[in-house]
Design a protein around this ligand. Sequence first.
Ligand code: PMV
Length: 364
Amino acid sequence: MNSEPHYLNAGLKFSNSELPAGKIIWRSPSNIALVKYWGKKPVQIPQNPSISFTLSKSYSETEVTYSPSVSGKLELEFYFDGQRNPQFEEKTVKFFESLSGIFPFVNQLKFVIRSRNTFPHSAGIASSASGMSVLTMVLCDMERQFFGTLQKEEAFRRKASYVARLGSGSACRSVYGGVVIWGETDGVPGTSDNYGFPVNEDIHEIFADYQDTILLVDAGEKKVSSRVGHGLMNSNPFAPGRFNQARTNLADLLPALRTGDTETFIRITESEALTLHAMMMTSQPYFLLMKPNTLQIIERIFAFRKKTGLPVSLTLDAGPNVHLLYPKAIKAGVKRFIDNDLLPFLSPKEYIDDEVGKGPEKIL
Ligand code: PMV
């Protein structure tokens, strides 16, 4: 059921005498999907529910300075890593303009946005998830400060998640820490196609601090955007089967997350990763985001698991980098495996040691 949108509010506007100036800073993390969202309906409604781990160290930190707009309409400058970035600026202007019914006050202000990521952007590490969710945390924070709404944390997060979804679907999951479902899911009341829904209460402790070491095979910008990839699912002959498979996978993964069943976790999450890329290869036009070293690493992970019996597994985002997932208790052994066997395939010879995190954080 997609009752769109229920956040239009013409009252969220300043009178001309009370236009504010100030600064807000938030951090918001990326997330890694275990059951993938790939394919959507207008407007940013997923074709199937997805579930993810919110990360901890891979985040965007964004400082937003606001002041009265001189032109009387939205003004916005976007700096990324200290440099003005026309590409991000255009994207953010479009996003803010699209939100003028939800946050009418954006049209009265000038925004100077300074953002940085702790990880390479556009390399399939869901930088849009952290980048879009951090902006919506700031906008909801402004609404809360200036209009006295969204006082309850639940209402605040829900609106942030709803709005983040409009910027980038997966971003709606980054608004919450831990394990988050986006999309109506049988047997999980509260889930919605409109926003993320955290399901941490009944998750087994082994997954509460699960590790995600992101192996950077290629930190360059990917050639096909997620937007184009989602669009190609509309004509992919395997799409209906894929959407059903994702529903079944989520239904099977949830009990495994509750009981700490790493075997089922591995079977489902690895199949999800490979299916995501199979969908890319079976789209028209077809495309490939894995690199030769992605496969080298995958084969070594399979071999290491077979040899040691340790519950290490992999997942992939829409890019060539490999996310290595494992329980914290075996971190030292996995580090030795990475340093000895996987490092030669990484470029730069780098990995990001991340883990399940708590979600966005207000800095100022
Ligand atoms: O949120 P988008 O439009 O960048 O799409 C994200 C798609 C995947 O990262 C591949 C899967 C997912 O569920 O996050």
